[in-house]
Each structure stands twice: as C-alpha cells, then as structure tokens.
Write a protein that binds this ligand. Structure first.
Ligand code: SAH
Ligand code: SF4
Length: 429
C-alpha cells in the first residue's frame, strides 16, 4: 500500500514540475513515506529524517516532508523529534498535496492531518508515476474495520472504503494499454471489498470476473485475504478466471486458537486449516503464504509450539514473520503486564524463521521437474551471463537463462533446481 501511495505522490509531484532524482543528496524536496506497523519501521523513518536534517543545516533551502502512518499517528509531535521538517501530511491527505506543496514553497511550515479522507476525483488516480515496469499496484479498498488487538492500521488508515468497480476497471485498462503485464489489487482485507456499497452485489469475486474480461496478455493478483472472509464464490472466481493467479496470501498470525481470540482474529485454528485444505484441493500447484507474530503478550511456549506445528502441517509455502511490537492506541499495547521479554520474543522469532526456511525449501522442491509459466521482471548479469529473474503465477521466484527473452515476456520454464528462496529452470522452446 505504501509503494502504491508513493507512486501516487510521485505522480502528483511530477504534475508540479518535480522530477525524481537518482541522487538523494541533490534533491530540493525529500519526502519519506513511513510505515508504523512495528516500532522498527517507525525508528527507521526517524533515523532517516535525522540524516536529512543534517543536510538541511548546510542547505537551508532543502524542503523535508514526512507522510504515511507515522505522520498520521504522531501528528505535530513529529516536529518535536525533527523540528526542521517543512511538511507533515497524513494517510488521508495525499490528494491535498498540490496545495500543500505551494504552501511549503512559500516557506510555510505545514501539517495536514485529518481523520477522514480528503476526497480525490477520478482524475487524481490517473496521475501515477509507476516505479515498476511489469507490475502495477491498484488499491481497491483502503482502511480496515477489523481491529486486531496488536494492529495500528485501523487507527492510521481509518475505516474501510472501497473504490467503485468501474473506476478500478478503467484504471486497469489504462495500465494494460501502457504495457504492464500484471496488476495487483491491494487492500488490508480485500475480501471486504464492496461491502460498503450495500445491496449492490459488488464483491472481490465479481471484480475479478470484470477485470478478467479486459483484453490482453496479463495476469491479476490480489492481497491480503482475511482467512474467514474468503468466500466459495471467490474461490470459484479464481478458478474461472484464467488471468487470475492461483496464489493466496492468507495471514494466520498464530497457530493457537486462544491466542487468535486474544488477537481478536475471527477464526480458530481449525477454521484456518479448513480454508487452506479447500484451496489446496481446488488448485494443485497453488502457493499459500502467511504472516505470523512471535511473542504476542501472554503467549506461552506451548502456544508458540502450535504456531510451529501449524506451519509444518499446513505446508505453507512462505511466511512473513515478526516479533510482537507494542503499538500505540491498540488493545494489546496496553497488556503491559503480559509483555514477554525481548529475549523470549527474539528467540521465538529465530525458531519461527528457521521453520519458515525449512518449509520454503520443501515447498520449492515440490516444483522440481514441473513446468511453470513465469513473467520476466528483471535481468542481472553474472559471470558474463544474463540471468532472467521472473515470477510464476503462484508467486515463486524463478531464475533462468534465455537470450531471446526480455523483461515483460511470459515464458514456460521447466524447474531444474530448488533453493530456500527461489527456483532455477530452463525455458521450454
Ligand atoms: N491486513 C493484513 C495484515 C496487515 S499488517 C492481515 O490482516 O493479515 C501486516 C502484518 O504485520 C500482519 O499480518 C502482522 O503479522 C504484522 N503486524 C501487525 N502488527 C504487528 C505488531 N504490532 N507487531 C508485530 N507484527 C505486526
Ligand atoms: Fe491490522 Fe487486522 Fe486490519 Fe490486518 S485485519 S490491517 S492485521 S487490524
């Protein structure tokens, strides 16, 4: 979501005569788009601002801005830590940028943070400066209503708001015309898509069906799915639509039902297992990835073991992992007496990562000997040879050599070797 927001910010700025520079130190305007999902991400943002603040001492005309979730969360307090900042704007204020930029150009100190979105018109969505050449991000729903007890997102991104399907389909058509080969639909919980358009039968499944009709050789992905919100109709739509990748990212967070309840996740371990088996039965080569948190407040060693066992039993293809990080405004952030020590959290995280590496390798090995259709994303040179870096529909990274192929090409590749994080193969001619 941040990547997508950054593309929109870059797009708006380019309308105002700004160009992106490759050399950070030479910029006239520096904006950091921040994430506050964990303390580490927020700390990184402030340390970057510290470096920029030093530059401003010798170049007072340099303008510095901060946006994203840290800005939304800390508001004016950002200036207590970094008083030299010219511009602070929140997650709801991106479309105010044209006005805000004029204000800072006139040497005003600006802080634009609202709790409800500053409405954009449809044209605003067209000014996007894409950073990638093959994949384009399309936000379909913003915000979240779930209030998982550990998570700051509902506080920094607000309540769920879906974009109209006509608007999304038009944006996708433009993107495909521009030559992009993949679109990724984004949302904190894509399964909630359309629920705010009551009674109109606007769902993710129907949106996929609509997008699948767009002509052209491209593929469609969507992230993130909420386990208990995945409907049979969505699974049917993924099966029906040839352009939709057979890949699901379904964060489980914990393999223990008591911890899931403490997290305010609306499913049990058994329900999560049912969803995974339903999807695996339908799509043989599907990849299912997940997110897990180690060391949630009060988590016992046995409860943590349930997470390790779940990863094994479910044969998950890959998981994002994190040690629990207390967040402001959240319920779990107030469970201070149940907080685990840093040692315990990081020791569990290490075991979680070890398990992840183990199942990833196992998952990759299943594909040796199989043929996967991949999309070439980039090229690298190694020992005088050109290696094509590509991604299969199920999100597996595949490296291969083929002098006749280029970035943006779809290729059938026979997998010859598996490593923990990637596959190697040979093109089928
Ligand atoms: N909407 C998605 C997740 C968005 S946040 C979902 O419901 O799954 C991305 C991931 O960050 C989460 O899945 C979770 O694993 C992790 N995360 C969120 N808050 C966290 C916290 N306080 N500490 C550690 N990890 C956290
Ligand atoms: Fe955060 Fe839960 Fe919403 Fe995901 S579903 S963004 S984890 S509150």
């Amino acid at each position: 979501m941040n990547k997508s927001d950054s593309e929109r910010i870059a797009g708006i700025l380019s309308e105002f005569g700004y160009e992106q520079t490759e050399i950070e130190k030479e910029a006239d305007l520096l904006i950091i788009n921040t994430c506050s999902i964990r303390q580490l991400s927020a700390d990184k943002a402030y340390s970057k601002l510290g470096v920029w603040g030093k530059w401003k001492k010798t170049r007072p005309e340099l303008k510095i801005g901060i946006c994203g979730c840290v800005a939304q969360q800390d508001k004016e307090k950002v200036r207590q830590r970094a008083p030299y900042i010219d511009l602070v704007f929140g997650t709801h204020n991106i479309y105010e940028l044209p006005t805000l930029i004029k204000q800072i150009e006139e040497d005003e100190k600006v802080c634009a943070i609202t709790n409800t979105p500053v409405v954009c018109n449809q044209n605003d969505f067209k000014i996007i400066r894409k950073q990638d050449t093959v994949n384009a991000w399309i936000p379909i729903i913003e915000g979240c209503n779930n209030f998982c007890t550990y998570c700051v997102v509902p506080f920094t991104r607000g309540r769920e708001r879906s974009r109209r399907p006509e608007e999304i389909i038009q944006e996708a058509k433009n993107i495909i015309k521009e030559g992009f080969k993949e679109i990724t639909l984004l949302g904190q919980n894509v399964d909630s898509y359309g629920k705010d358009f009551k009674g109109e039968n606007i769902t993710l499944a129907n949106l996929l069906r609509g997008l699948n009709k767009i002509e052209g050789n491209f593929r469609i992905r969507f992230v993130t799915s909420y386990p208990s919100d995945i409907t049979d109709d969505l699974i049917d739509a993924v099966e029906e639509c040839d352009k939709v990748c057979k890949y699901f990212h379904i964060p489980m967070q914990s393999g223990n039902s008591h911890i899931l309840e403490e997290m305010n996740r609306h499913y049990t371990k058994a329900q999560y297992y049912q969803i995974v088996s339903k999807i695996r039965n339908r799509f043989p080569d599907v990849a299912i990835t997940s997110d897990f948190i180690a060391g949630f407040p009060g988590e016992t060693e046995e409860e943590f073991q349930d997470t390790l066992n779940a990863i094994d039993e479910l044969e998950l293809d890959y998981s994002n992992t994190a040690a629990y990080s207390p967040r402001v405004f959240t319920k779990a952030g107030k469970m201070v007496d149940k907080f685990l020590s840093e040692e315990i959290k990081y020791e569990r995280l290490e075991r979680l990562n070890e398990k992840n590496r183990e199942v990833c390798l196992k998952s990759n090995e299943k594909f040796v000997g199989k043929v996967l259709n991949v999309l070439v994303e980039s090229k690298t040179e190694k020992d005088g040879k050109v290696i094509l870096n590509s991604r299969a529909g199920n999100n597996k990274i595949v490296h291969f050599e083929d002098e006749t192929k280029n970035i943006g090409d779809f290729v059938d590749v026979k997998i010859t070797k598996a490593q923990t994080w990637c596959l190697y193969g040979e093109p089928i001619r």
